[in-house]
Design a protein around this ligand. Structure first.
Ligand code: 13P
Length: 246
């Protein structure tokens, strides 16, 4: 099964827009073997749930790391569960950068998301393209920090998304070969932590300027289990083209 995660980020501003986009996605014929998860902004989750039909699933762009309590502005796991969210994205580079999320916070979010039964997509990626041949050490450190201490059983609900920051929102994606090298490296790190069987089962995605021209190049790689799509997933025509091209 290949995964396509549509991360709408903060590109969609109104509930009407969110509904229109979700309804459009509901009309797309999604091929067998492809699983699509829409991750709208929190405030549109309910409207999207009602408009998106049954062919796609609902995800959230983040989750707070405490269960409940005096945390102004927080969106908790229980709130998301009540809206039929089954998947959460954690540790996106934009959360790390603009919301100052540390590896420690990300680790706590992974903990609560797993404890509450979510499928978890953990984002990792380096800031600048240094040497295209070597995946920066930082990526391994981010993976190790996010997965430290979790059980082998829980690993089955984790997907790692390799999203090099220099490729996000720039229109310049990584090459499929280098994205594959990163996926292999991530599996190696996970293999060192949990064993080869677990590493082979792990899903690894690529994200960063994926569009209708490039989606096939990534998704058809055997070692890449899908893509995380930002801006292009909020353009109705472009997203339709992307899904139809598979
Ligand atoms: P873009 O597809 O807009 O580059 O964003 C990628 C991303 O960050 C998905 O989470």
């Amino acid at each position: 099964m290949k995964l396509i995660i549509a991360n709408w980020k903060a590109y969609v501003a109104t509930v009407k827009e969110a509904e229109r986009l979700a309804k459009k996605v509901a009309q797309i014929k999604i091929k067998k073997g492809i699983s699509v998860v829409l991750c709208p902004p929190f405030v549109f989750l309910d409207a999207v749930k009602k408009s998106m039909g049954r062919t796609v699933r609902l995800g959230a762009q983040d989750v707070f790391w405490k269960e409940s309590g005096p945390y102004t502005g927080a969106i908790t796991a229980d709130m998301l569960k009540g809206l039929s969210v089954r998947t959460v994205i954690i540790g996106h580079s934009e959360r790390r950068q603009h919301f100052l999320e540390s590896d420690d916070i990300i680790r706590k979010k992974v903990d609560i998301a797993l404890a509450e039964g979510f499928d978890v997509i953990i984002c990792v990626g380096e800031q600048a393209r240094e040497d295209a041949k070597a995946v920066p050490k930082l990526v391994g450190e981010q993976v190790r920090a996010a997965l430290a201490g979790i059980s082998k059983g829980a690993l089955a609900r984790i997907t790692i998304a390799y999203e090099p920051i220099w490729a996000i929102g720039t229109g310049v994606s990584d090459t499929p070969d280098d994205a594959l090298s990163a996926a292999i490296y991530i599996r190696k790190v996970v293999g060192d932590m949990f064993g080869a069987t677990q590493a082979n089962m792990l899903k690894v995605l690529y994200g960063g300027s994926v569009d209708s021209h490039t989606i096939r190049d990534f998704i058809l790689q055997e070692g890449i289990d899908g893509v995380l799509v930002g801006r292009a997933s909020t353009d109705k025509e472009e997203f339709t083209k992307m899904l139809s091209s598979l």
